[in-house]
Design a protein around this ligand. Structure first.
Ligand code: SF4
Length: 644
């Protein structure tokens, strides 16, 4: 039990097998050690045991908010979904914005834990401190958009007012390895295959109706001091400043032209590091600007929605009229994000804006991750070129955006043999088709829109991310592109291990609060501490809070170690390390650059006190992670007496 501010001390444990719901408090020591949301969610997954089948009834999936979610803290509408990933069995946490995290708090909960498997499809209805399982048979097979609309009506609520619906689409039902959970139409907990886990449990959706008010800070004065400081920094920032900063004006897609200019935008499955290089080398008709934030703002922007308590409003709602298979289409959607636009655009060998918007919208409706879907299609294009699908008499050609739109639907429904293989994701393709060299995945999850040859912090970030390649575990592009907190040379490997570990720990804190990590473009650990102490009534120092972030990161790594991962899994796609005949950038500032993986890993492991990717027992002790059997690995410099 905890009486800390920011918590309701109320978690629902839902056994889907017998459709029972039990309510429990939160262990106070865990809440202090692991903060909330991501940290506590991972702890629940850890306590559930490492040796479970991710898609079996024994896996646990946790929907968690944190002590700052749903408060006056800026950008605090987020929720963490934590589980054992079906991608390769690592622990994963995936977050989305909007209002569902805040509404879960306002419905009286810190978290929902789902165990077992329902016999028939259900959805969970959450209101006023209680969870009810309801029949969802009529929704099975439906896309996310229709599901959300239907549940709003059935539950007598409205998204804009009091209701949030987190749903899976056909992708989750069919257990596509990179299926996601989509909140409120277009905001996805995209990474890690959380949608497949929910689908394996026969849970179509979680609906939250909010009734109570925002939690009040335990120490109002300290909280307001932190909040005031944070607001001022957000308003003054060139990145987050409302209606003036790059993120506020153009959304995350402000990065498309920035990375293109610095030769850090992977194109054509990472063969090139800019669309310019691809165009010059192949005469291809591609240009990053056509799908970039500036073009979007000028041509197809229709609204700028935001998340709970966010003055930045980075969401860019767009509308396009286009044709598909000879038929007219009108698509309106939120969240045409940079990484989605990249994976389904330049990295797949085209820069058709309208088709890219359609693809992102299809992914959201089908409930599959845009980044993994795009990268899997790019991998399939390279494999098609190499004849690896010839025996199927099928495939997809570079930049064929019409075919991509069609394939997304086929994948989500596992319609045919090729689609079924692609639904298995890069790990499946690597082993089934001897296609490791075609994959942009690390630990089975694919990288994002930052070229690891150009950005060495991102290189070590992809390699060491606990949930698989990911830009958001440690967002070093803040320093490597945007100069936050200070500009670093992206090509220089020196110091990038430490930079990466620091960002990873900092984001583990914000993900555990749970607030949007874009806060970190403006504010720092000082504002985090003031707002956390003010809300909870604690009195932690900056060092103690950073150590809590480090503890969360190490708990995840410890989980992965027990699941069989070690330093050999902290890898990068070969083309970024050794080069590839088609992979060296043809021109530009990144020409000749490769990721110095061994050097980066050596520095990173030294900073982390890890032994070849494994958390040694001494480190677990130092961080107070005293659970489980330990890893059996030691740094060798322990002063503990040896056995005699
Ligand atoms: S910055 Fe963007 S993603 Fe973050 S809370 Fe604001 S609108 Fe949501």
């Amino acid at each position: 039990m905890t009486d800390m501010g920011g918590f309701h001390d109320h978690v629902a444990r839902v056994d889907l097998g017998d459709e029972s719901v039990a309510y429990e408090g939160i262990d106070d020591e865990d809440a202090r050690k692991y903060i909330g949301a991501r940290g506590l969610g991972v702890k629940y997954v850890f306590d559930n045991g490492v040796d479970v089948d991710p898609l079996g009834p024994d896996n646990l999936i946790a929907f968690m908010n944190g002590p700052l979610t749903g408060t006056q803290v800026t950008m605090s509408g987020r929720i963490a979904v934590c589980t054992k990933s079906p991608i390769e069995g690592q622990v994963t946490d995936s977050h989305h914005g909007g209002w569902s995290g805040a509404r879960l708090k306002w419905a009286g909960f810190d978290g929902l834990l789902f165990e077992g498997r329902a016999e028939d499809p259900v959805y969970a209805y959450v209101e006023d401190g209680e969870v009810e399982l309801r029949d969802a048979s009529h929704l099975w097979g439906w896309g996310v958009h229709d599901t959300v609309a239907e549940l709003e009506e059935e539950c007598d609520g409205e998204y804009g007012k009091n209701l949030s619906t987190m749903a899976i689409g056909p992708g989750g039902e069919e257990q596509v390895r990179y299926a996601c959970i989509v909140n409120e139409d277009d905001r996805a907990s995209g990474r890690g295959g959380t949608g497949a886990v929910l689908g394996s449990k026969n849970v179509k959706a979680v609906v939250v109706k909010a009734t109570t008010d925002m939690p009040r800070p335990a120490d109002q004065e300290t909280f307001q001091e932190g909040h005031k400081q944070a607001m001022q920094l957000i308003q003054e920032s060139d990145v987050t400043g409302p209606n003036e900063g790059g993120l506020s004006l153009y959304g995350t897609n402000v990065l498309m032209n920035l990375t293109e200019e610095m030769d850090g935008l992977p194109a054509k499955n990472g063969r090139y590091s800019s669309t310019r290089s691809m165009a010059d080398s192949e005469g291809a008709d591609v240009e990053a600007d056509r799908v970039g934030g500036e073009t979007v703002r000028e041509n197809i922007l229709v609204d700028e929605p935001t998340c709970h308590s966010c003055p930045v409003a980075c969401k860019k709602e767009v509308e396009v009229q286009t044709h598909h298979k000879g038929e007219e289409m009108n698509v309106r959607m939120e969240s045409f994000e940079y990484e989605s636009a990249w994976a389904l655009g330049p990295n797949s060998g085209h820069t058709n804006l309208e088709d890219s918007v359609v693809m992102v919208d299809r992914c959201n409706d089908l409930g599959i991750d845009t980044i993994d879907a795009g990268n899997t299609l790019a991998m399939a294009m390279e494999m098609t070129e190499e004849g690896k699908f010839d025996h199927l008499d099928d495939g997809v050609d570079w930049g064929d955006s019409e075919a991509m739109i069609e394939l997304l639907d086929r994948i989500a429904h596992r319609d045919d043999e090729l689609a079924d293989h692609l639904a298995g994701g890069p790990s499946h393709l690597e082993s089934e088709f001897d296609a490791e060299e075609n994959s942009l995945a690390v630990k089975g999850q694919t990288m994002a829109a930052y070229d690891p040859r150009c950005m060495k912090g991102m290189a070590i970030g992809y390699a060491t991310s606990n949930r698989g390649a990911c830009h958001l575990r440690g967002y070093t592009p803040a320093a490597e592109i945007l100069g936050i907190p200070e500009q670093v040379d992206p090509h220089d490997p020196e110091g990038k291990g430490e930079l990466c570990a620091t960002f990873q720990d900092l984001h583990a804190i914000s993900d555990s609060f749970d607030i949007c990590k874009f806060n970190a473009f403006a504010e720092g650990i000082e504002e985090y501490v003031l707002q956390y102490n003010g809300m909870t009534g604690r009195d932690v120092t900056e060092e103690e809070l950073m150590e809590a972030g480090e503890r969360v990161y190490n708990l995840e790594r410890y989980y992965n170690n027990l699941a069989g991962f070690d330093g050999a899994d902290d890898d990068l796609p070969g083309r970024f390390v050794e080069g590839h005949e088609d992979a060296i950038p043809a021109q530009g500032g990144s020409e000749g650059q490769l990721a110095e993986l061994d050097q980066l890993k050596a520095e990173y492991y030294e900073v982390r006190d890890w032994v070849d990717g494994v958390v040694p027992d001494e480190k677990l002790d130092d961080l107070g992670i005293d659970i489980g059997p330990g890893t059996g690995v030691s740094t060798g410099d322990s002063s503990a007496p040896a056995d005699d």
